[in-house]
Design a protein around this ligand. Structure first.
Ligand code: PMP
Length: 442
């Protein structure tokens, strides 16, 4: 698989997670990518839910070229630029009211770290020194830096570093399909949200700073939408106890779930939203934290935000970011994500009828997934030594389809496969994806 021997024996100085080698990328256009041997792949997961507008979009490349010819770097403490001002204004405009102060970073983990620190500094600024705990969900993924990892719950990634991190409280992520509950019943959403309130009371409300949540669970739970009523109730509980609500829209933002931000599905008014991935659609490393002006003003009044990254807000990244948002709007890609997402879900449900190994299908917009199970009745996962998630990725690769896989049960077992192609997909692309999924499953 993946041209086995040849791939593992190619010498390299490069390393990421493991020993597995991948083909060498040559070119990418639209939804397709080609390796140096000329093999074509359909990017069925937009990388890691990143390349939302497809590869090599000419308008974005042109905006980047224009910016590069003017300037590529201006240190944020020395210069603002037209690009950073424009992107901040566009970002504020797409966020719920009040979230009109924007802080740029270079990725999702950095955006999450920024939110954690802004929240803490806000508490200090308003004289609530005791508030420092950030409650998050189990399982969840919020990033790989030690701060973001402390609010992540995904055992293989977090456990080795536990002694180096401040332990933070966790509440169960709603997984109605595993708990035998109906996600369309509001009582289910309230049942899970009420666990947050119980946790806040257990920890002591005046020690709890914030709750961070992915509106649609991404890498950790596999494209899992919240049960009905959950998000609204969570917001109510946060307000009641003066706990800040932070939405991690790193994966769900930029049209991925069929609305520009997933929070628009429930008309939420969080205190902070963090974004990355589709926000720059893979053209540059870029992320953003949009915060309510009340938080930012309080922190700036007290001497300033004690946080920042050297490369943050550089003009090239911001120019690309502006062009990406323009392209999403110009081509109506958010709407296409909603329409094509529904069609993709129908196709995945069709596959589920034919392959008993698929235990669940779910998603929102073009963030969809299926989960392998040994038994649909008991929801038992496949034995973990089978490494079904890895093997499926390799089989699909061989057929020319790129998918994204992780494990739902705190990263230990429960294999899910995320299908999240660029939002420019047409029905013909969906046919192609379905055909390759079908033959891979077979
Ligand atoms: N939050 C969420 C919801 C994510 O999915 C990710 C990345 N998978 C991150 C944060 C971290 O982003 P990055 O990898 O860009 O640091």
């Amino acid at each position: 698989l993946c041209r086995g021997k040849e791939m593992t024996e190619r010498p390299s100085h490069l390393f990421y997670q493991g020993r597995q080698r991948r083909p060498v990328l040559d070119q990418a256009r639209g939804v397709y990518m080609w390796d140096v041997d000329g093999k074509r792949y359909l990017d069925g997961s937009s990388g890691a839910m990143v390349c939302n507008i497809g590869h090599s979009n000419e308008n974005v490349l042109e905006a980047m070229r224009r910016q590069m010819e003017k300037s590529t770097f201006g240190y944020r403490l020395h210069f603002e630029t037209e690009a950073s001002e424009n992107l901040a204004a566009k970002t504020a405009a797409i966020c719920p009211e009040g979230l009109n102060r924007v802080f740029f970073v270079s990725g999702g983990s950095e955006a999450v770290e920024s939110a954690m620190k802004l929240a803490r500094q806000y508490a200090l600024a308003i004289g609530q020194e005791k508030r420092w705990k950030i409650i998050s969900r189990a399982p969840s993924y919020h990033g790989c830096t030690l701060g973001a990892l402390a609010i992540t719950s995904y055992d293989p990634l977090t456990k080795p570093f536990d002694p180096m991190m401040q332990a933070m409280p966790k509440v169960p992520a709603p997984r109605a399909y595993l708990d035998g509950l109906d996600p369309e019943d509001e009582a289910t959403g309230h049942h899970y949200a009420d666990m947050l309130e119980a946790k806040i009371l257990e920890e002591g409300p005046d020690s709890v700073l914030a709750f961070i949540v992915e509106p649609v669970g991404g890498a950790s739970t596999g494209a899992l939408p919240p049960p009905k009523g959950y998000m609204e109730r969570v917001q109510e509980i946060c307000r009641k106890h003066d706990v800040l609500l932070i939405l991690d829209e790193v994966m769900t933002g930029a049209g991925r779930t069929g609305r520009f931000l997933a929070c628009d599905h429930w008309k939420l008014e969080p205190d902070i939203i963090v974004m990355s991935k589709g926000f720059a659609a893979g053209y540059v490393p870029l992320g953003a934290m949009a915060a309510h002006e009340r938080l930012v003003e309080a922190v700036l009044d007290q001497g300033g935000f004690l946080h920042g990254y050297t490369y943050a807000g550089n003009p090239l990244a911001c120019a690309a970011g502006v062009a990406v948002i323009d392209e999403i709007e110009r081509q109506g890609l958010t709407r296409n994500s909603a329409v094509m997402g529904k069609k993709l879900m129908e196709r995945l449900r069709g596959l589920m009828q034919r392959y008993p190994i698929i235990g669940d299908v779910r998603g929102m917009g073009l963030l969809t997934a299926f989960e392998f199970m040994a038994d649909r009745g008991t929801k038992a996962p496949l034995p973990k030594h089978l490494k079904a998630f890895d093997r499926f990725v390799n089989i699909a690769y061989d057929k020319g389809l790129i998918v994204y896989s992780r494990r739902t049960r705190n990263g230990v077992e429960g294999d899910h496969i995320i299908i999240a192609p660029p939002m420019i997909v047409t029905e013909t692309h969906l046919d192609e994806i379905t055909e390759m999924l079908d033959t891979s499953l077979a």
